[in-house]
Design a protein around this ligand. Structure first.
Ligand SMILES: NC(=O)c1ccc[n+]([C@@H]2O[C@H](COP(=O)([O-])OP(=O)(O)OC[C@H]3O[C@@H](n4cnc5c(N)ncnc54)[C@H](OP(=O)(O)O)[C@@H]3O)[C@@H](O)[C@H]2O)c1
Length: 345
């Protein structure tokens, strides 16, 4: 059997928390990946390498442009604040690179559609780094949810305390807010369960400002908590909650006329999160096994397979766009005094 050459990665902002803590370790652990270059605006090589766990074999640049200009780089991972996703994704595609970009891919559905069109025009793979569907238990739950009978209810939540004063998540200009940060985790499994986008969306938000701003009267608020209700054809009703200011909860419950599935730590499952609950129509609850795995590693390995044309993406751009449109409609509903968005776009 011929050995397959690893995909050669460039990482812009290896200093990002998600890069340091999850994706760089996943790339290092994957035989299908080789990180060849990284670029940071702020960190010099010795300190930056130590901070990001990047060895001397990886070229360390002091700009993102230099990573994109590196001919050896085939694919770029983008873990920037949300408002910087579109310009840097388009720059990377323009430089002929495949791109794995952090969630949310874009601030709006129209930005996401423009980025998808840029990838199509460049003939390069662009995917959103939404890792949850790569976990074997998530796939088992998705399969089980197709056996619960006609879809009736879905209940999802991703809440927790965001204790990072001064972080881009508190800045509306950088695409901050709880819905932008956490909404995909709640909406993607619901749209998958529903098999499409909602007919109507109702939503409310609670504004809040960066704790670092103290009592600054000019501090601009983001949605610190956000809740919505979605109505789908066929009668499915789905509620979701996102928050930076509530106890940690990762809820997923998909309810059909005949059975229901649910689990703990639904959105960031670890290798040990293998089981989920199957609730029978008479209320009896059974614990079922769905399997475990390293979800960031599974995600980067699947990206390499998609680039090689050997696999279809588990989270394709069509799903990214459907979630982005539902996020737009949720924001629109919360901004409208009635709390309701327009009907299906
Ligand atoms: N999939 C997941 O599980 C997951 C988890 C967390 C976050 N994320 C996503 O990953 C992205 C990054 O989040 P994070 O919390 O990891 O970010 P972070 O720790 O705040 O780091 C962001 C990096 O972006 C660079 N940057 C460039 N311009 C910047 C600016 N104006 N302000 C701040 N940073 C700037 C900086 O790198 P240099 O200074 O080195 O250039 C910085 O280290 C977001 O889109 C977020 O939604 C995903």
């Amino acid at each position: 059997m011929t050995a397959v050459a690893p995909l050669r990665w460039g990482v812009i902002a290896p200093t990002a928390a998600i890069a340091r803590l999850a994706v760089l370790p996943a790339l290092a652990a994957s035989p299908s990946a080789a990180v060849v270059a990284v670029g940071s605006r702020s960190a010099d090589a010795p300190a930056g390498r130590a901070q990001a766990g990047v060895g001397p074999e990886v070229r360390w640049y002091r700009s993102y442009e230099a990573v994109l200009a590196d001919d050896e780089v085939e694919a770029v991972y983008v873990p920037l604040p949300n408002s910087l996703h579109r310009p840097w994704v388009e720059a990377a595609l323009g430089a002929g690179k495949h791109v794995l970009c952090e969630k949310p891919l874009a601030l709006t559905a129209s930005d996401a559609a423009a980025m998808a069109a840029a990838a199509e025009a460049a003939g390069r793979v662009l995917l959103e780094a939404y890792m949850t569907p790569h976990h074997p238990r998530s796939q088992a739950i998705a399969a089980a949810s197709r056996e619960v009978g006609p879809a009736r209810f879905a209940r999802t939540a991703f809440t927790g305390r965001m204790d990072r004063p001064g972080n881009h998540r508190w800045d509306p200009a950088m695409g901050g807010g709880a819905l932008a940060d956490l909404g995909i985790y709640c909406l993607a499994p619901v749209l998958s369960f529903a098999g499409g986008e909602p007919e109507w969306v109702a939503a409310r938000e609670v504004p809040g400002t960066d704790p670092a701003a103290g009592r600054d009267p000019h501090a601009v608020a983001v949605d610190v908590s956000f809740a919505g209700l979605l109505g789908f054809a066929g009668g499915l009703l789905a509620s979701f909650e996102c928050s930076f200011d509530a106890a940690e909860r990762q809820v997923l419950e998909l309810v059909g006329a005949d059975a229901a599935v649910s689990c703990e730590r639904a959105h960031t499952p670890g290798p040990e999160d293998t089981s989920y609950r199957w609730r029978h129509s008479d209320g009896r609850v059974e614990e079922r096994q769905g399997g475990g795995g390293e979800l960031y590693r599974l995600m980067v390995e699947q990206f390499a397979e998609v680039v090689a044309g050997r696999e279809e993406p588990l989270h394709p751009l069509a799903d990214t766009l459907a979630v982005a449109r539902t996020l737009d409609r949720s924001r629109e509903a919360a901004a409208d005094g009635s709390g309701l968005s327009r009907a299906t776009p």
